[in-house]
Ligand binder design. Structure first.
Ligand code: HSE
Length: 426
C-alpha cells in the first residue's frame, strides 16, 4: 500500500479539524484509495494544542526547514492564514519538492501567480479548495465541472460571520452592534471582526472565484468593497416589508463592457434562493451559458467543513500524480485587455426623511428623473421624526454614479434627506 506523508502548518481551527479527519478516517481512506495518509509532522508553537489533539511530541516541529528536509513528508498543508510567515513557508515547501494544500484566501488571492510559478518549476501540486467557502466545493466545480461554460456571473454569500449578523438583525430586530457582540461572545465572530464585517474576507474569495470564473486574474484591488457596519436595522425591517432580504453579497459579472466585481450589502427578493441562506451558512449562485443556474450551498467555515475541503485536496493530490494548475491567466495584474466596470448598474432602495406635504414626492422624483432614474415603488413609513416622514423608494435599473449624484442633489434641496441607500439585486 502506498503511504503519503502529510505535514500540517498551524493547528488552529482548520489545521486541527484537518488532523482529526485524517486520523478518524485513516482506515476508510486505506480501503477506498489503497493509500495510507499519515500525519508525519506538525508545525505548531502551542504544545498544549498539539497535545489536546493527541499528537506525539516527536511529530511537533518548530521550523519549516525540518519539514522541508523530511523525506517522509509528501504534502504540506498550510493553515496558518495571513501573508507572513505563511507565504515563506509555502514557498519553502514547494522549493523542496512538496506539494501544498492551503486554506489561505488572502495568500492565494494576492500571491497565487508567484506560488503557482514556483509549484510548476518544482513539479509540485498547489491546491486551494479550502481557501473559498470552506466545505462548499466551488473551486473544483469551477476548475473542472463547469469548464464547458462561459461563466456569466456568480453571486455569493461567502462570509458566514456577516450572514449570521444580518440573519439575526432581520429575524430578531436587533442592532448591528448588539448582534456583533453576541456573535463575538459565542465565538462566531473574531475579537477584531474587521476582515469579516468590512468585506475583506469576502473580497479575497471573490478575487479567487472570479479569476477562475472569467479566466483572467481579477486582482483584489479591482473589487469595490463595502462592509455591513453601517447597516441600519430599520432598513432591514422596511426591506422585509417590501419582500426583500439584506445580505452581504459578493458579485462577479462578465458582460459586454467588461468584468464587474463588488462586495457590498444588498437587498435580494425573499423568493431568490440566496435569501434562504441563513445564519452562518454560505452559498454561491453561478450562471453559465450552457448549464444556466447552479447554486452550491453549505458550511463556509469551521473545523471539519474546511478540513473536508483540505482532505479532499490531499486525496486529489495523491491520486492525480501529474499536476494541473489554475485555468486562468495567473499573472500578478489583470491582462491588459481586461476591462473592469466601475460605474455598475443596479436597482436601488433609498430611504429618505421627507417633509410630509404636497409636492415633495414629485420634486424628489423629478430630481431623480433628471438623472435618468425611474422609480418602481414608493412607500411611506409611519414613524416620523422631527416632523419628517420616512419615504422609501425602489428604483429601476440605473448607474451607481447617477444615484450618487441624485442623492447629493436631493440632500441639497432641504425638503428631504437621504438616510440610507442599498443596492437591490434582482
Ligand atoms: N471568517 C470567515 C467567515 C470564514 O466568517 O465566513 C473564513 O473565511
Amino acid at each position: 500500500m502506498e503511504k503519503v506523508g502529510i505535514a500540517i502548518l498551524g493547528l488552529g481551527v482548520v489545521g486541527g479539524g484537518t488532523y482529526e479527519i485524517l486520523v478518524e478516517h485513516r482506515q476508510f481512506y486505506k480501503k477506498n484509495h489503497n493509500i495510507d495518509f499519515v500525519v508525519e509532522s506538525v508545525l505548531e508553537r502551542s504544545r498544549e494544542r498539539a497535545a489536546a489533539l493527541g499528537i506525539e511530541e516527536s511529530k511537533i516541529v518548530s521550523n519549516i526547514a525540518e519539514i522541508c528536509s523530511n523525506p517522509e513528508v509528501d504534502i504540506v498543508v498550510e493553515c496558518i492564514g495571513g501573508i507572513e510567515p505563511a507565504k515563506s513557508f509555502v514557498l519553502a515547501a514547494l522549493k523542496s519538492g512538496k506539494s501544498v494544500v492551503t486554506s489561505n484566501k488572502e495568500l492565494f488571492c494576492k500571491y497565487s501567480h508567484e506560488l503557482e510559478r514556483v509549484a510548476k518549476k518544482n513539479n509540485c501540486g498547489l491546491f486551494f479548495e479550502a481557501s473559498c467557502v470552506g466545505g462548499v466545493p466551488v473551486i473544483r466545480a469551477l476548475l473542472d465541472n463547469l469548464q464547458g461554460n462561459k461563466i456569466l456571473s456568480l453571486t455569493g454569500i461567502i462570509n458566514g460571520t456577516t450572514n449570521y449578523i444580518l440573519t439575526k438583525m432581520a429575524e430578531e430586530g436587533s442592532s448591528y452592534l448588539d448582534v456583533l457582540k453576541e456573535a463575538q461572545s459565542l465565538g462566531y465572530a473574531e475579537a477584531d471582526p474587521t476582515s469579516d464585517v468590512e468585506g475583506f474576507d469576502a473580497a479575497y474569495k471573490l478575487s479567487i472565484l472570479s479569476s477562475l470564473s472569467f479566466h483572467t486574474k481579477v486582482p483584489f484591488t479591482e473589487i469595490y468593497r463595502e462592509g455591513i457596519t453601517n447597516i441600519d436595522a430599520v432598513d432591514i425591517t422596511y426591506a422585509k416589508q417590501l419582500g426583500y432580504t439584506a445580505k452581504l453579497l459578493a458579485i462577479g459579472k462578465n458582460g459586454e463592457n467588461g468584468i464587474e466585481v463588488r462586495v457590498h450589502p444588498a437587498l435580494i427578493k425573499t423568493t431568490h434562493p440566496l435569501a434562504s441562506v441563513r445564519d452562518s451558512y454560505n452559498a454561491v449562485y453561478i450562471t453559465g451559458d450552457s448549464v444556466e443556474d447552479v447554486m452550491l450551498y453549505g458550511r463556509g467555515a469551521g473545523a471539519k467543513p474546511t478540513g473536508s475541503a483540505i482532505v479532499g485536496d490531499i486525496i486529489y493530490c495523491a491520486t492525480h500524480p501529474s499536476h494541473t494548475y489554475s485555468t486562468f491567466k495567473n499573472t500578478e495584474k489583470a491582462d491588459s485587455v481586461t476591462k473592469f466596470v466601475k460605474n455598475f448598474e443596479s436597482e436601488y432602495y433609498i430611504r429618505l426623511a421627507a417633509e410630509d406635504k404636497a409636492g415633495v414626492l414629485s420634486k424628489i422624483t423629478a430630481l431623480l428623473g433628471k438623472h435618468g432614474i425611474s422609480v418602481a415603488q414608493v412607500v411611506q413609513g409611519e414613524e416620523r421624526a422631527e416632523g419628517k416622514a420616512p419615504l422609501i423608494l425602489i428604483t429601476h435599473l440605473t448607474k451607481e454614479n447617477n444615484i450618487k449624484k441624485a442623492i447629493a442633489e436631493v440632500n441639497a434641496t432641504g425638503i428631504a434627506e437621504v438616510s440610507s441607500f442599498l443596492r437591490v439585486v434582482s
